[in-house]
Design a protein around this ligand. Sequence first.
Ligand code: ADE
Length: 230
Amino acid sequence: MKVKILTIFPELFPGFLGSSLTGKALKEGKWSLDVVNIRDYAFDKHGSVDDTPCGGGAGMVMRPDVLGEAIKANHQSGERIIYMSPRGKVFNQEMAKELSLEKNLTIICGRFEGIDQRIIDAYEIEEVSIGDYVLTGGEQAAQILLDASVRLIEGVLGNSESVEDESFENGLLEHPQYTRPIDWEKKSVPEILLSGHHKKIKEWRLQQSLEITKQKRPDLYKKYLDLQKV
Ligand code: ADE
C-alpha cells in the first residue's frame, strides 16, 4: 500500500507508525509513506494555507486553491482519498480491512475549522472520523487509521500475532486471557483453561465473549444476535 499524507505538520510523521510492527513493515517495504507539506503549495512567501470562514465565525478554513494544488500534484484520480474529520463516517475494523487491500491511499489531515467544502465535492473525498470527539488535528487520527489498516496488510503480522481470535473478528469482543503463574495473589487461572480440552475451551471462550460483549457493548451484542438469525 502506497500512502500519501497531505499535512501542514509533516514532522509528525511517521510518528508511532515508525515503531513496532508498522515500522518494521515500513522498513521492509510492505507499505510506503510519502508525506507532503501543503505549505509547499502556497502562493505567497508566508506560506498561507488558510483564511477566515465566509459568513463569519471562529477559526480558520483551509483554502481550496492551495490544497487543490497539493492534491493535483500528488494524487491520481481513481485512487481513494480520505479527509480525517470528526464529521466523517466512523472508522471501524471493517473499514481497516477494506483499506488494507488498497494499493494507493491519499489522506488529508486538516487543522483549523476544516477545509473548504468545494475541495471535498470536487475530489469526491471520503470524510472519516475516528470517534465522536474533536482532536487538534487530523494527523493523530490518520496515524490511528493507518495503524489499524497496515497491520492487516498480508504478511505484516507474523503467525504468532494472528488476527483470528481478536476482538471484532466474529463481531464480538475478545474473551479474557490468562498466563503463568497459575496462582497469583490467591487468584487462580480458570480451571477449564488448564484442562487441555480444546473443544470445551473454545465453548468457554465463546461464552465469555458473549457475556462481555453483552455487558460492555450492547450495540455489538444486538448486531451479533441479529446476524445469527439470518
Ligand atoms: N480531526 C479532528 N477530530 C477528528 C476525529 N475525531 N476523527 C478524525 N479526524 C479528526
